[in-house]
Design a protein around this ligand. Structure first.
Ligand code: SF4
Ligand code: SF4
Length: 345
């Protein structure tokens, strides 16, 4: 008998409220969703995750700091021996907020920065957002917490990544993750920003130059790669354990919950990949139903198409990021942005 699947990592969208209106926001954040989960409902979800064996919770939004009792949720997760981190745009994070982050038991804070000052402020549609994000990094660092940055890569900032690296390093960043902007949410309305397949060799060359930096180096997240000769090196978190690409983990060891209670294998997936709602059924029952999350739990090679259908790496890779495949092609199991297709040496 196969061992039960365990949601080792969970991403919780505490609210869709957000002070930014990013051009590239995949979830169209800004206003809250209708009837967002209340505090007791979130505590129940955190309890269910602990019961299922979850090891790490990421709190995000929207802007999770606009959920009034975020510190209490961190405490609830820590009380059940789970690591908890938080992803924020950094607006409003000063010494006092950073101290509260430390005191409630957050393990790490990740701040979104999508380019140099002018680009970041324009993409976020908030003047001064870049400077405030840098201030947040310094405050979190000085509070003694690990501070990372996540950057979306798009046509507006690809050429700036190498100039951004020393700025992030000087501010105190110790981890820098990159993800491709994909045509989801507001990014669907700003398709001119999406990196076309023809620019992937340029991105790969920039990543390889960045990988040779002596200081802060970025690492790839799930929707960039795969299967180049140096994918493991580019993907592994700086100073961390080797992290090979093992295909999409949504519904296998990863789960997400939206601020109105919907459960998905990953919050980047489209609504057709909703597996249930915690208001109708417990998270434990949804997760343990073998018929949910079928795109991964019942994966078949027939799901592959395009270049992925003939790829010798497909058994392990399964066509790259499922959410990106849905966003770009309306189905899982296909990638036109794979580095493997563009690895020109
Ligand atoms: S072509 Fe498709 S299956 Fe092959 S490595 Fe790239 S994304 Fe994965
Ligand atoms: S859909 Fe993409 S981002 Fe989400 S878990 Fe799968 S590979 Fe990762």
């Amino acid at each position: 008998m196969k061992p039960p699947l365990v949601p080792l990592t969970a991403v919780l969208e505490l609210t869709l409220r957000c002070p930014c209106r990013c051009q590239t926001c995949g979830s169209h954040a800004g206003a809250p969703r209708t009837r967002e989960l209340d505090h007791d409902e979130w505590l129940g979800i955190i309890g269910s995750l602990a019961d299922l064996g979850c090891r790490r919770i990421s709190l995000m939004g929207g802007e999770p700091l606009l959920y009034p009792r975020w510190g209490d949720l961190v405490g609830a997760g820590r009380a059940r021996d789970m690591l908890v981190d938080l992803i924020t745009c950094g607006l409003g994070v000063d010494e006092s907020v950073a101290g509260a982050m430390r005191d409630c038991g957050l393990q790490a804070v990740t701040i979104s920065i999508d380019g140099l000052a002018d680009t970041h402020d324009a993409q976020r549609r908030v003047p001064g957002c870049f400077e405030q994000a840098l201030r947040a990094i310094r405050c979190v660092d000085q509070a003694g917490l690990k501070v990372g940055v996540t950057s979306q890569v798009n046509q507006g900032n690809l050429a700036e990544l190498e100039s951004l690296a020393p700025i992030l390093e000087d501010a105190g960043v110790i981890g820098w993750q990159l993800q491709l902007t994909v045509p989801l949410g507001r990014a669907e309305e700003n398709r001119h920003l999406i990196v076309p397949p023809a620019m992937m060799p340029e991105l790969l060359a920039a990543l390889r130059r960045l990988a040779r930096r002596p200081g802060l180096r970025p690492h790839l997240t799930d929707n960039i790669g795969y299967a180049t000769s140096d994918d493991l090196k580019l993907r592994t978190i700086q100073g961390g354990f080797p992290r090979p690409w093992l295909g999409c983990r949504a519904g296998l060891d990863a789960v997400g919950v939206t601020s109105d209670g919907r459960v998905k294998g990953c919050l980047a997936l489209p609504d057709i990949c909703t597996e249930g709602n915690v208001r109708d059924q417990s998270l434990v029952a949804i997760w343990n139903d073998p018929d949910r999350f079928s795109y991964n739990r019942h994966y078949m090679s027939a799901q592959l198409s395009g270049a992925c259908a003939d790829c010798e790496q497909a058994q392990r890779c399964r066509g790259g990021c499922t959410a990106t495949a849905y966003a770009m092609h309306g189905r899982p199991g296909i990638s036109t942005h794979c580095f493997h297709l563009h690895d020109i040496g």
